[in-house]
Ligand binder design. Structure first.
Ligand code: GDP
Length: 364
């Protein structure tokens, strides 16, 4: 019986002859040249960064983050070369409790800027986190659209260490990113604890992301963080949540009236938006740009940056002194002993501290 499928001219599915299963390991692998990271000189690093080469920039940031003395020395030399070309970006700190929508918002804010032709670097300060340990991927998946943009450079927090150390590295990374031509820098931090102060001390505008209806519009937020904010934005103002967000907005506005005017003489604004649905993003940026214009006009922009430079000079000295002291072998041995003497009230805190410091300075 004739059947169309038996016709040799039939174009439908047919079964091909199979092929031999190929080996699971590429047999030519050994022929590939071993991938070697190029060792750049300080001059090459600086030139690469100034040319906007992202690979070179990333490697320089890795040196900044390294604790090896030879890497640190190299990093400092690169920073020095880049410093004259830095300072031209708008630096924005972004904080909010986990779940407030920081990643979603940074993705939306970032896309807004990139689409306007800007170059954006997203850095983070999160000294406590395990999350960030080598998880560039983690951060990239958190900012899906932004991470594939050529004009966005996303770098997770330097991995765990003292807050001062982590923050210093991020601040130095800002210098490198600015020299590489990034004109917007975001520094993200989780809104729990000390790291806000560190972020505040390296940005021009500090943005606090809040949620409506969590009951902490007035009480729960640490007052200090609210006082640091140049703008408060209430995220997730979409769908059923719009009304609640508007209510939180007026409550926050009222609460802010009770605070004294900040040093910038700019009254922090409260806006609502939705990072997820990209609603109200432009208004948030209008606010930030109005602020920048305001403080540039009043001179506070430079006052704040100068203060920050001074602060970081002292911070760097403090960190170095602290590290040298605590990493001294003799001090390392002595400390547990002194600690137990203090705890058992055999020595006062002050006598113990003096003993440790005397030992360090006399032996040095
Ligand atoms: P992060 O921990 O502060 O970085 O917060 P994420 O950006 O990871 O967001 C936490 C959750 O809130 C996720 O499930 C987001 O999808 C959701 N989310 C973030 N922004 C919005 C928003 O504007 N509207 C709504 N409805 N959900 C959002």
């Amino acid at each position: 019986m004739h059947h169309p499928e038996n016709d040799p001219k039939y174009l439908g599915l047919n079964v091909n002859k199979g092929v031999v299963q190929p080996p699971s390991i590429n047999p030519y692998l050994h022929l590939r040249k071993k991938q070697q990271r190029k060792e750049y000189s300080v001059k090459e690093f600086a030139e690469g960064i100034l040319a906007g080469n992202i690979t070179v920039l990333s490697q320089a940031v890795t040196l900044v983050e390294s604790s090896k003395p030879e890497h640190q020395a190299m990093a400092q030399a690169i920073i020095e070369k880049c410093l004259p070309y830095s300072g031209n970006a708008i630096r924005v700190g972004i904080t909010g409790v986990p779940g407030a929508g920081k990643s979603t918002s940074i993705d939306a804010f970032g896309m807004y800027l990139v689409e306007k032709g800007h170059k954006l670097a997203v850095l983070a300060i999160d000294p406590s986190s395990e999350r960030t340990k080598g998880s560039i991927l983690g951060d990239k998946t958190r900012m899906e659209r932004l991470s594939v943009q050529e004009n966005a450079f996303i770098r997770p927090s330097p991995s765990a260490g003292s807050l001062g150390g982590v923050a210093r590295k991020t601040r130095e990374t800002i210098v490198l990113c600015e020299a590489a031509g990034f004109d917007y820098i975001f520094v993200e931090t989780v809104g729990v604890g000390q790291s806000e102060t560190a972020v505040h001390s390296m940005v021009d505008f500090f943005l606090l992301i809040q949620l409506a209806g969590t009951g902490d519009e007035l009480q729960g937020i640490k007052r200090g963080i609210m006082e640091m904010a140049d703008g408060i934005v209430i995220n997730k103002a979409d769908g059923d949540n719009v009304e609640k967000a508007k209510m939180a907005q007026s409550q926050l506005r009222n609460a802010l009236h009770l605070f004294p005017l900040p040093e910038s003489e700019w009254s922090p604004e409260v806006l609502t938006y939705s990072g997820y649905y990209a609603l109200g993003i432009e208004e948030v940026w209008d606010m930030i740009h109005r602020y920048i214009e305001f403080v540039k006009g009043s001179g506070y922009f430079d006052v704040r940056r100068n203060k920050q430079s001074k602060f970081w000079m002292y911070e760097t000295i403090n960190e170095r002194l602290r590290n040298d002291f605590y990493q001294n072998a003799e001090i390392e041995q002595l400390m547990p002993l002194l600690e137990s003497e203090v705890l058992s009230a055999r020595k006062s805190s002050f006598v113990a501290a003096k003993e440790a410091l005397d030992r360090y300075y006399l032996k040095k």
